[in-house]
Design a protein around this ligand. Structure first.
Ligand SMILES: [Zn+2]
Length: 198
C-alpha cells in the first residue's frame, strides 16, 4: 500500500518529485490512471452467479486497506476525485464479446482518435499550453464548452458540475456531436460512484 501512496502527488499535481541526498528533481507526470480492485477478499461481492462468503465487516476492512486520501481520489466514495467509476461484471466464458457482434478494438480506436482530434482543435485557439483533452479543462473552459440545456441542468445537482461535465463533453465528442445532450449527461452520471454525484 505504500507504493500506492506515491501516486498521490502525480494524481493531484501531474508532476513527480524525486529527492536524493544530492538534490531533488521534478518531472512531468500527466497520465490516465486506470485502477482495478476486487470488491472483497473472496472476490465475489456483488457477483450475480456466485455468493460472496465474506462478512460485512471484512468487506469493509478490505476496502479500507487503501488509505483515505488515495481512496478519495480513486474509489467509490462521496468525495471522490476520479471522473469515471465502473463496476465490471464477470465475462461469461461461453460468450466472448468477439462472437457477440462486439466492436473491434480498431473501430473503437478510430472513434477515440477522432474525439481527441476534436478536443485538440477545441483548445488550440486558447493558447493554454498542455490543454489537449477534456480532462485538462479548468472551470473557465468547462463553463465555455460544456453548456447543457434545461433538462441537463435538472439532472445535475449543485457542486458536482465539473466532475460530471468533463466526461459528458467526452461522451458527446465520441458520438461526434457538438452539443451536449441529456443522454450524454445521463451516461456520464452512470459512471459516478454510488451514493451521489459528489
Ligand atoms: Zn467476498
Amino acid at each position: 500500500m505504500r507504493n500506492l501512496e506515491t501516486l498521490r502527488q502525480p494524481l493531484e499535481d501531474k508532476v513527480v518529485t524525486i529527492s536524493r541526498a544530492s538534490g531533488s528533481l521534478t518531472f512531468p507526470a500527466n497520465f490516465v490512471a486506470v485502477c482495478a480492485m476486487n470488491p472483497c477478499p473472496c472476490g465475489y461481492y456483488g457477483d450475480e452467479r456466485k455468493e460472496c462468503t465474506c462478512s460485512p465487516s471484512s468487506v469493509q476492512r478490505y476496502q479500507k486497506r487503501i488509505s483515505g486520501p488515495i481512496m478519495d481520489r480513486m474509489a467509490p466514495c462521496a468525495h471522490c476525485m476520479s471522473d469515471i467509476h465502473l463496476q465490471v461484471r464477470r465475462v461469461p466464458y461461453e460468450k466472448p464479446a468477439s462472437l457477440d457482434g462486439g466492436e473491434s478494438s480498431a473501430v473503437i480506436r478510430g472513434r477515440v482518435e477522432t474525439a481527441r482530434r476534436i478536443q485538440a482543435a477545441r483548445f488550440a485557439g486558447l493558447g493554454k499550453a498542455g490543454m489537449l483533452v477534456n480532462g485538462d479543462m479548468g472551470p473557465a473552459e468547462v463553463q465555455q464548452f460544456c453548456s447543457t440545456d434545461e433538462a441537463g441542468r435538472n439532472l445535475l445537482r449543485a457542486g458536482a458540475y465539473h466532475r460530471v461535465l468533463k466526461p459528458t463533453r467526452t461522451i458527446a465528442d465520441l458520438t461526434g456531436e457538438e452539443a451536449i445532450r441529456t443522454e450524454h449527461l445521463a451516461e456520464a452520471l452512470q459512471y459516478r460512484p454510488r451514493g451521489g454525484v459528489g
